[in-house]
Design a protein around this ligand. Structure first.
Ligand code: PLP
Length: 413
């Protein structure tokens, strides 16, 4: 068999995908041959487009296709945007932090504390080890508090909306306006809504980060992240920390993400319908202290959520009455038969539940955690994409778990 090398652009290259391939082509190679020396020099100098090595130039064609689709989705088709796919959501946050906060004198982020527990831990404990400070706003709804924390050392504002774990929604346009006043970028974590339900860039945000491990993938089969911003920023990011660290997405993973993108919108709307139905059901139970879901009529974020989102997303929060022990018994009863799964994840096809205080947000300092409402009796739910009969079963399982509690929320012995 010939071991002769063909370049990707070569019409005789036997692996060029057939024109009518139904799925996406999966290129597994991490390295690609230059056309000639000038081509190699140009790619390394960041002056020529093309494939050379994973994390450099266009990277890998399958990953590049995923980046292109994400830029198109988050950027609403505006060709001014580009994207960089990373090894995980956390590596997207890490890469961006290094890029924005280690370049000059601006070594601080002003952040909402209502964020995923892993991001809180990263900003509170890991970033300071690199000399990067995170200043958390005590009331993230108070724009004046944000303003009072912005200094000449502020590199960016960070917002997560809807925020993990209560699905709190923030008015992106208002925070974008504040960031513009100080000429600093607004970074929005759009993991929970995805661009199927919300487009922060069209509301004025400058940079979007997404954990693609969640809704984008949709089936819990790939860990990945994405950063979407103006082309110039992504090119600089790619040419510095991107190529320098190469915490980039694997092609197999990008292939699964691409297929996830194909049915993203359908899935996100089904997640949203199921979440709203469950939130409305739980709201009626006297055993539940509070239900947090942005599309509930009674939710304080209802109006802004309706304005900037086309569905409430999969995430809802339930604060029970009773004690930690009661909450643990409730979640164990809820997840006993496998209809609902107890797992630290969101946006899966099946409904998931977790106790954030002891898992996803366990690394948030206790005092802060309690002031954020992540109490011992708070349960986070991520509704799946079950069809109507399957979802009736999910609601039944919640009904049974609640029936095991007495009126004051105490678990019946
Ligand atoms: N951002 C949000 C809102 C998340 O919920 C998560 C993980 O749960 C992350 C970022 C981190 O993503 P990953 O697990 O892909 O590193």
């Amino acid at each position: 068999m010939s071991k002769k090398y063909h370049h990707l652009d070569d019409p005789h290259y036997s692996l060029v995908p057939p024109e009518k391939e139904v799925g996406y082509a999966l290129y597994k190679s991490i390295a690609f041959g230059f056309k000639n020396a000038a081509h190699g020099r140009g790619i390394f100098a960041g002056e020529t487009d093309g494939y050379a090595y994973h994390g450099l130039g266009f990277g890998n064609p399958t990953v590049h296709e995923f980046e292109r689709k994400m830029a198109e989705g988050e950027g609403s088709g505006d060709t001014a945007f580009d994207a960089l796919a990373t090894a995980s959501g956390m590596s997207a946050i890490d890469l961006l932090t290094r890029f924005l906060c280690l370049a000059g004198d601006r070594k601080e982020m002003v952040s909402s504390p209502k964020i995923y527990g892993g991001t809180y831990y990263y900003l509170n404990e890991l970033a300071p080890k690199m000399g990067v400070g995170a200043r958390f706003v005590s009331d993230p709804y108070d724009l004046e508090q944000w303003r009072s924390l912005i200094t000449s050392r502020t590199a960016c504002l960070l917002l997560e909306t809807p925020a993990n774990p209560h699905a709190d929604v923030f008015d992106i346009a208002a925070y974008a306006k504040l960031a513009r006043e100080y000429d600093i970028p607004l970074v929005v974590d759009n993991t929970i809504a995805t661009h199927a339900l919300q487009r922060p860039l069209s509301l004025g945000a400058d940079i979007v980060i997404v954990s693609a491990s969640k809704g984008i993938n949709g089936h819990s089969t790939g860990l990945g992240g994405i950063i979407v911003a103006k082309k110039e920023l992504i090119a600089e990011l790619r040419n510095t920390w991107g190529v320098g660290v190469r915490a980039v997405m694997d092609p197999d993973c990008a292939h699964r993400m691409l297929h996830g993108l194909n049915d993203l919108e359908v899935r996100m709307h089904r997640h949203s319908e199921n979440a709203l139905a469950l939130a409305e059901y739980l709201q009626k139970s006297p055993k539940v202290r509070e239900v947090h879901y942005p599309f509930l009529d009674t939710c304080k974020h209802h109006d802004i959520a309706q304005q900037q989102m086309s569905g409430g997303g999969p995430l809802l929060g339930v604060t029970l009455r009773g004690t930690l022990e009661d909450a643990e018994r409730f979640i164990d009863a809820l997840t006993k038969d496998g209809t609902v799964i107890q797992a630290p994840h969101i946006c899966h096809e099946k409904t998931l539940a977790v106790h954030p205080a002891s898992t996803t947000h366990a690394r948030v300092p206790e005092e802060e955690r309690i002031s954020l409402g992540i109490s011992d009796t708070f349960i986070r739910v991520s509704t799946g994409t079950e069809d109507a009969p399957e979802f009736r079963e999910v609601v039944n399982v919640f009904a049974h778990a609640l029936a095991k509690m007495s009126a004051n929320g105490r678990h019946k012995k």
